[in-house]
Design a protein around this ligand. Sequence first.
Ligand SMILES: CC(C)(COP(=O)(O)OP(=O)(O)OC[C@H]1O[C@@H](n2cnc3c(N)ncnc32)[C@H](O)[C@@H]1OP(=O)(O)O)[C@@H](O)C(=O)NCCC(=O)NCCS
Length: 183
Amino acid sequence: MSFKTVSASKTTITELMIPSYANFGGKIHGGILLSLMDKAAFACASKHAGSYCVTVSVDTVDFLQPIEVGELVSLNASVHYVGRSSMLIGIKVISENVTESTVRNTNISFFTMVAKDQKDKPKEVPGLILETEDDVKKFIEGIERKRMKDVYKKGIISLHNKVVPMENLDKLESERCQVNLKK
Ligand SMILES: CC(C)(COP(=O)(O)OP(=O)(O)OC[C@H]1O[C@@H](n2cnc3c(N)ncnc32)[C@H](O)[C@@H]1OP(=O)(O)O)[C@@H](O)C(=O)NCCC(=O)NCCS
């Protein structure tokens, strides 16, 4: 089995936020950022895997602060954890206003990418060489994230199968909705 360092696949994409990326309120569209994050995750994962990769899952993305037109957005991607064919890529988004010399952390998210072979089957990726305490911390967090995600997934499936709408109407009493079923 081959191994690669975390630093070998670290990737940064920097892009200027141009007016066509903005919504009617003048702030950058969330979808533009998601697309840039996906590109950074792909670049980082494919460097580590040495092959084509696909996005399998995106963890919660919280947009903590709006990004303005004219800012420089940098997406820093690194491999936190590897399974057999999957890689957990952490993406940190930083927004910089060059005229005011301010830098803000705008979001952080995790993308699971899977390496594919030429027949489109999941392909084994190199293991990770953990060279710093931070690499070790991220890898251990990755194991825990995977476990928590499996628990969450099972919970969501059982929730979907468990909720009988007409037996749970009391749960709606303090909510901002009206039940007005069509006959
Ligand atoms: C996800 C996909 C690769 C799974 O393929 P599969 O033949 O079922 O393979 P496996 O079940 O062995 O899963 C492969 C790996 O993906 C991981 N995986 C699968 N679904 C996952 C999910 N929802 N979240 C996180 N990891 C997942 C598995 O844990 C496994 O990881 P490992 O090899 O490190 O143990 C396949 O369904 C696929 O190609 N999906 C489409 C991806 C795509 O097109 N993305 C672009 C979206 S627009």
